[in-house]
Write a new protein. Sequence first.
Length: 366
Amino acid sequence: MPAKIPPLVPAPTKGRGTAWALPHRFSSELKEDYDDGWGTLQQQVLQQPLAPATQVVDEQVRSILSGNDSPDVGFDLSINPYRGCEHGCIYCFARPTHSYLNLSPGIDFETRIVAKVNAAQRLREAFAKPSYRPKMLNLGSVTDAYQPAERRLRITRGVIEVLHEAQHAFSIITKASLVERDLDLIAPMAARRLAAVYVSLTTLDPALARVMEPRAAAPHRRLQTIRRLSDAGVPVGVSVSPVIPFLNEPELEQVLAAAQASGASRAFSIVLRLPWEVSPLFQQWLEQHFPERAPRIMARLRDLRGGRDNDPRFGTRMHGEGVWARLLRQRFERACVRLGLNRERIELDLGAFRPPAAQAGQASLF
């Protein structure tokens, strides 16, 4: 009797969230694997593939500010210096954005990075327009502005230099310790209520972090970043997101306590979202790394989402609904009260804004 061929899914690849080049939802081509009788399909599955190298492509963008009309987030404008993210977090809700580039939300999202190399120039131009009015601005809402490529390209640094010159308030959310590099700009702005940083910390378990967020900073290093930002006078919050039932959810209180002990003063938490292609990617990852827990995790997630993998509705998409959502929210809020988190709001000053000077050769545009 021939050996049973396992499901044709790529083997886990060290240093990557997924090895699956999942076709995106707009793809006009479908590929079907064919068994030629020589065991080639089984061989493809069992082989350990080499981690593909990261490719960074430069892009000259027409604009850099994106508006937000969602009531679920606390900012009106966002800046994302990159498309895609090398951190490779398997759960990332932004993975489907690579579909618009005709790229896979799977492995392409974390290996084919688009760098918006003229981001600072476009921001300066936007701020210089007479019609511009300052609004709450976030840096890194659908990418990590401090992912590995930033160390060399310094696009985020250039953006913050413009924000600093214009005295425009902003917040950052990141998993990367590279944010410490820009403390010379961030700390003086924080002293004038113009900057705040949120560090995303999903788990204290380095083994879980390594497979779930393979190229992000280790948990202990993120705690050091919280401490260094706090010691520099920067208001720091922690994002314990996403919360995944039976995976990192049991650590919720411990993560909050560790962040508070390191200097965080605020916290928020979001239940795992599985929009579009993120759902099959995450479920495949669960079967590879936590097969014994996968059915329970998905069942609980669907309980939180009204029986579906994802709920895109404003008002419920961040926290879910039902008894389990209420219990999670109660745990989070009680832990915050006990730890003294969220006692005071981080109020940023939008009134300090002043239009930046036009660059040489640009004055005639405005």
